[in-house]
Design a protein around this ligand. Structure first.
Ligand code: SF4
Length: 281
């Protein structure tokens, strides 16, 4: 895949028994209240607020392979971060809860968001993305190093179809489906006019979700491409949004940014287009 969030990380020969989860205890939802880990994502449908949704997300253990991986990575660590305590949990969306623009990536990077606990934070992909957001007026600063670095986003929010760092940056179709209710509910709660989708994986996940939500997704589905723009509509069902625009953008992975497939100018242009669409919506 060309839209991965991070360079591939070698799979350990054997996964150890996962250590206790690191990071703060999620508020608003208790694992004890959920008898079956595998069913937890379905509770997202009833999340009344983004805070409720985020609390569900960070306590999720529905995908055994990803739970083992995110915790193994946090145990082994990368040498540069050996003194840090990794987040090692699912990563919730980050940014403006009333955003007009929702950016959808792929999944947290093993030593990026899986370490810092904030989407796209702590790796080169995030550096590239937030620098562009800063240039285009969405981010308070270009620096994105830690969850407590003071970065705030206005008018934009970032999220992903899969909330746990996957081995080889490649979640399975089953893992994407399991995690799908979180993305679906976040799309509903944010209710953005524009979605910027980073890469083909996110593109397919978003189209699947929007079709399930009653949007008129064409068949055959529009192909992903950088700069592709798709306007969707759905019937008026009593006050819900009826128009939405998708913008395709190459993923901010190092495979793309180091090779020049995606340049700062290209990403700035997509975000500026997203702003123009949102202001005209
Ligand atoms: S990928 Fe999603 S559904 Fe699977 S464990 Fe992580 S948060 Fe839960």
């Amino acid at each position: 895949m060309t839209d991965r969030t991070d360079a591939p990380h070698p799979q350990p020969a054997r996964l150890r028994t996962p250590p206790p989860a690191t990071g703060p205890t999620p508020s608003g939802a208790s694992d004890d209240a959920v008898p079956d880990d595998a069913r937890r994502p379905l509770l997202a449908r009833d999340a009344a607020t983004l805070d409720d949704l985020d609390a569900l997300v960070v306590g999720c253990r529905a995908c055994p392979r990803l739970v083992a991986w995110r915790e193994e990575v946090a145990h082994v660590k990368r040498a540069a971060f050996r003194d840090e305590t990794y987040w090692a949990r699912p990563v919730p969306g980050f940014g403006d809860p009333a955003a007009d623009v929702l950016v959808v990536g792929l999944a947290p990077a093993a030593h990026g968001a899986n370490r810092t606990g904030r989407m796209f934070t702590g790796d080169r992909s995030g550096d590239f993305l937030f620098a562009s957001m800063h240039r285009t007026g969405f981010a308070s600063q270009a620096l994105s190093a830690r969850a407590d670095d003071g970065l705030t986003l206005t008018g934009i929010r970032v999220t992903a179809p899969v909330r746990c760092a996957p081995p080889e940056n490649a979640p399975t179709p089953a893992e994407r489906r399991t995690c799908g209710p979180y993305l679906a509910r976040e799309i509903e709660l944010v209710d953005a006019a524009v979605m910027v989708v980073l890469g083909g994986f996110g593109w397919q996940a978003v189209l699947t979700t929007l079709a399930e939500q009653g949007w008129d997704v064409p068949r055959p589905r529009p192909a992903f491409g950088h700069g592709v723009e798709v306007r969707l509509r759905r019937p008026d069902v009593g006050g819900a949004r009826t128009e939405l625009t998708l913008l395709g953008c190459f993923h901010v992975s190092q495979q793309n940014t180091f090779t020049g497939r995606l340049t700062p100018v290209m990403l700035d242009a997509v975000l500026e287009r997203a702003r123009a669409l949102a202001e005209g919506a």
